[in-house]
Ligand binder design. Structure first.
Ligand code: ZN
Length: 278
């Protein structure tokens, strides 16, 4: 028999890696964009949970009850919107949502890790200004997680690693070589990258997608998506001249392009806002 147990096991690992790195493509929900299938959500969520706890323990959490209540309220509504997709636009993520406020007045930032682990820095509040402004930012961040952009970014990176440096070894393992250590190293490299999920840079395409989907989430949660125009204008003004840009500005196209894109997507988002006006 050519396919003994050890052989199929080894093939399984190799095929999995190749599938993750090279072969599997899919259409992203909502936008229909063709992309590499993101790295599996379950494993990523365990990593994200660990990273989130580390981050929270490294920073001082805010004791400002007003900020905490605001983030909790807006966050719950955005989360509820994500978990109840209108017209089956996407699959409910079934996240284990968590919200925290980090006390750093100089940092204009927020993030949502896979699994719904959200942090908002206190420096964001003067810029987000009101509840609708915060909903736009949180909608954008949740959209990254909902669209599985972290896993997609990791799949891209693993594909590059596989094709450039270790692809030959992986192929060798599939064909029947003995190099289990190499396949172990590939899996290890993937996990190492996943451990730095907060350092991933999203692509411009993903940022635009998060803007569009974030508007839908905010609208579906009952917030006026038109608040996005002023929000991103204030964000740009607040950020000019500062150091490392916040996540949502780091790789984004020019401000004019972004505002124009948002205006273009507003009619779509407004469909989900109608009847929910506050
Ligand atoms: Zn973003």
């Amino acid at each position: 028999m050519p396919f003994g147990r050890a052989m199929t096991g080894r093939m399984g690992i190799g095929v999995l890696l190749l599938a993750a790195g090279l072969a599997a493509c899919e259409s992203a929900p909502i936008t229909g964009r063709s992309r590499l299938a993101p790295i599996g959500d379950q494993q990523l969520r365990a990593q994200a949970e660990q990273l989130y706890q580390q981050e929270l323990s490294k920073h001082t959490l805010s004791t400002n009850s007003e900020y905490k209540a605001l983030v909790e309220r807006v966050g719950r509504r955005i989360a509820q919107a994500a978990e109840t997709p209108p017209e089956q636009l996407w699959r409910a993520p079934n996240f284990d949502w968590e919200f925290n406020v980090i006390d750093e007045p100089g940092v204009i930032n927020a993030y949502c890790l896979p699994g719904g682990k959200i942090a908002v820095y206190t420096g964001l509040f003067p810029v987000s200004r009101d509840e609708a402004g915060l909903a736009i930012v949180m909608g954008h961040e949740v959209a990254h997680a909902l669209m599985r952009h972290h896993g997609e970014r990791l799949a891209d990176q693993m594909a590059i690693a596989t094709t450039t440096t270790i692809g030959g070894a992986v192929l060798g393992a599939i064909i029947g070589g003995e190099d289990n250590r190499t396949t172990g190293a590939v899996a290890g490299a993937g996990l190492a990258i996943a451990g730095n999920m907060l350092l991933l840079n999203f692509s411009r395409t993903q940022e635009s997608e998060a803007d569009r989907v974030g508007l839908i989430l905010a609208a579906h949660a009952g917030y006026d998506p038109r608040a996005a125009v002023g929000l991103w204008q204030r964000m740009r003004a607040a950020n000019s001249g500062s150091g490392r840009p916040p996540e949502f500005l780091s790789t984004h196209p020019a401000e004019e392009t972004r505002i124009a894109d948002i205006r273009r997507h507003l009619p779509e988002a407004l469909q989900y806002y109608r009847g929910k006006e506050e």
